[in-house]
Write a protein that binds this ligand. Sequence first.
Ligand code: ASP
Ligand code: MG
Length: 472
Amino acid sequence: MKFGGSCLVNNSAFEKIVKIIGIYHDSRKVLVASALNGITDILLSTAQNIKNASILDKNMAILEKRHFDIIEQIFDEDSAHYLKAKDWVDEKLSNLEEIFADVEEFGLEPYYKDNILAYGEILSTYILHQYLLSKGLDSEFIPANKLIITNDEFNNAYPLYELTNARVARLLLPFLEDHEKDINVCVTGFIGRNKIGYTTTLGRGGSDYSATILAHSLHEVSIDKDIRVILWKDVDGLFAINPKFVPKSFLIKYLDYDEAKHIANFGAKIIHPKCLEAIEKKNIPLEIRNFDKPLEKTDFTHISEYTDKTQIKGISTVENAVIISVTSGSLVDVPGVLAKIFKVMSKNKISVSLVAQSATEISTSFIVEQKEAKKAVEALKNSGYFSDFFEIKAEDVAIINITGNKVLENKTKVDIFQALDKENVRVKALSQSTEELNLSIVIGKEKLIEAIKVIHNDLCEDFESIEDQNKN
Ligand code: ASP
Ligand code: MG
């Protein structure tokens, strides 16, 4: 189970964690915790403003206060656990101060950044561990840099599974197999270490990923394969549309891994897109559940092999994109034109998302992020080849992605285009690759909200599961 920062806010939140442990009394549990809300950001901004002594002092004071406040709330004053938690925070904050001094001396090397960011989880998870002990539960604390071994890519590390499996078998599994005690193992989210021992982090929001990496490795090394991951969140699960656009959208109850990967890239950022990679091959189910409704039986998101193919799962949007079109009236059927375009993009480190070219090959359109657009156009114009024979145009646009197996049906496409037609939304480009359960539609930015609303309203029935429609 992973508990995000919003599950660690006050005494009643910590009580709820104990309640959840009780609800799942039949299972052995690993509890992965994130930093307290906002702490990772504070650590980062301190590191980035290291030359500013007043920011350093102010932020160190905030870090101390935020953690002491929680400790004061959740422990009996001066109890053994209260003192242990406080000593831990004192000790770790003084370590942190030493690292900040190093950063000031040597600069914010990627290694330092990860080492610093890791402290949010190191503090919060130990407090959780002491809390469980104070409630009479069995608990063990394992910092994940003992368990998750990663490559050397600081700030965005990738797990080395074989090595991680061995660590999990040696250091984690024995606690779960201890049948004398019911041990809850508290593991820090977000962090790992490389082979030579430096702390790494898995990318922002990476605690979800930590939970699925551990599930993966447990699946490898444990005899018991009945493993699931639960991410406790402050929402019921994944919704079909970012509530920003349609407040009363549908909760997505079932998703298979492929659909989930598309949805995870949604604007609302409910789950970390990478976390599916770790569980997909093992078919480990993942649930996204509301921390405030731990007893909920049906209304949560369940990601597994199973999906309801009669449904559209979700609509996501890219609000600020630019479509660049490269057009030539004459140079058709010349091999290498696309290669040349993408070489220019790659040389300038510009990421291209959607690509559309008609079979007549007269014009090619592709999408780049708005902030890269100027650079992209200039680079194309400056490369002699394109300036001579091609016309290059750029236009601000928005993209709508519609995801789900149902999107592959003609009838669904008819409905989508009819809906767009009602609002006079002109489709500028579109793309669906053969392997994808996703249709991407490029439209004018000014029409985005109308377009989403009309698709949502007209295709309502396709979003809800049959079971829910019968219920209504
Ligand atoms: N604390 C880390 C972050 O804020 C990881 C996480 O919250 O999952 O990015
Ligand atoms: Mg966070």
